[in-house]
Design a protein. Structure first.
Length: 368
């Protein structure tokens, strides 16, 4: 087991042996987002759609200009910030951009993720009993174990950042990619469909060894979570209750990133409790139809069956229509009438519907 404590060359996140890259696609900054100058960081975040944490890091690193008010608060000129960003909004960072506090490189065969975490915890001086450490340990060991058991790779690199404000880690493997692996194992047509399956929980290609809940719970546990693989990235931002799927320059292997704010707003137990019943069974899931792209039209019953595939183990299911502009009667009927009638006791709830979608849902329910 080889451990590397200090970087010799390069910048964290640059593309290398495992395909790491920060070359994500930029989003054009709309001129209509501008507000009067001299705004506070919260107002800047709202105007630009960039998380406060990302803006704070940019300001600390002199990536965007800022001043101090007489009271000592940081204020920004939106025009100056826009000019500094070059008209684009950067992809929100999950882990710090500076040198990690600990780094290791490991062969995956026979690797024990708990041994690696013990070394990390000792090296950076983590408080084993703190809730932040408990959450970070859970996410870290789950994701490193996924690389060991599922990636079909041979090596992984691990980076860990520790500060008074957060714990963060990045795990990169040289396997076939998590989305491709899940697509093949579940018989899906496209890698992008695998992201939709991951939001359901209980989706695994190796049921004898895994419950399929690890990625789902890990994505809910921290402040933010991201998987980049096979040309796509899936981001879960729990601080903003937001989810996003976009393109990624990572085409080989997988990169998992997670941060845990200190102190965390929730305990790991409370996160489990929100998705499990009295018998500690995983009983609720929130598959997000918007995973498949904003503005997509869902029409057919076969599409509905694919969305509901593997959901019979849950008691409550939220179907999230955020970003979906139009749906067909067949799709709605299959999801809200046919499927529940064939799976007694499971309740299906449509949420975040646009006006056209809500119209179709009400029309379908009224005809039942």
């Amino acid at each position: 087991m080889e451990q590397v404590r200090k970087k010799q060359t390069g910048e964290p996140g640059n593309s290398g042996e495992f395909g790491r890259s920060r070359g994500e696609a930029d989003v054009q900054l709309s001129a209509s987002a501008l507000e009067p100058v001299g705004v506070r960081i919260g107002e800047l975040s709202e105007a630009l759609g960039i998380p406060i944490k990302t803006l704070r890091r940019l300001a600390d690193q002199k990536g965007i200009p800022s001043n101090r008010s007489p009271g000592g608060h940081r204020v920004f000129d939106l025009n100056e910030v826009r000019a500094a960003l070059g008209g684009t909004i950067p992809e929100a960072t999950i882990v710090p951009t500076g040198k990690p506090d600990w780094e290791g490189s490991f062969a995956l065969e026979g690797l024990d993720e708990s041994v690696v975490w013990a070394e990390v915890s000792s090296a950076v001086g983590l408080d084993a009993g703190s809730e932040g450490n408990i959450i970070a340990r859970y996410g870290f060991t789950e994701m490193l174990n996924n690389a060991v058991d599922h990636s079909l790779g041979t090596k992984a690199t691990v980076e860990v950042w520790s500060s008074d404000q957060e714990l963060a880690f990045r795990i990169a493997d040289n396997g076939e990619g998590v989305f491709a692996h899940l697509r093949i194992g579940l018989g899906l047509d496209r890698d992008i469909e695998a992201a939709g399956e991951l939001t359901k929980g209980k989706r695994t290609t190796w049921r004898e060894r895994h419950s399929g809940e690890g990625i789902f719970f890990t994505s809910k546990a921290g402040g933010a979570f991201r998987i980049s693989s096979n040309g796509f990235r899936m981001t879960v931002d729990n601080t903003r209750a937001d989810f996003a799927l976009g393109s990624s320059a990572v085409v080989s292997g997988s990169i998992v990133e997670m941060n845990v704010p200190l102190p965390p707003p929730r305990t790991l137990r409370s996160i489990f409790d929100s998705f499990t019943d009295e018998d500690q069974r995983f009983s609720k899931s929130r598959p997000a139809v918007k995973l498949f792209g904003s503005g997509v039209t869902f029409v057919s019953r076969s599409e509905a069956r694919r969305v509901m595939d593997g959901m019979t183990g849950f008691a409550e299911i939220d179907i999230d229509f955020a970003g979906v502009e139009d749906v067909g009667q067949g799709f709605i009927d299959e999801v809200l009438r046919v499927w529940p009638s064939m799976n007694a006791g499971i309740r299906v709830h449509p949420i975040n519907m646009s006006e056209p979608v809500e119209f179709m849902v009400r029309r379908s329910l009224a005809s039942q």
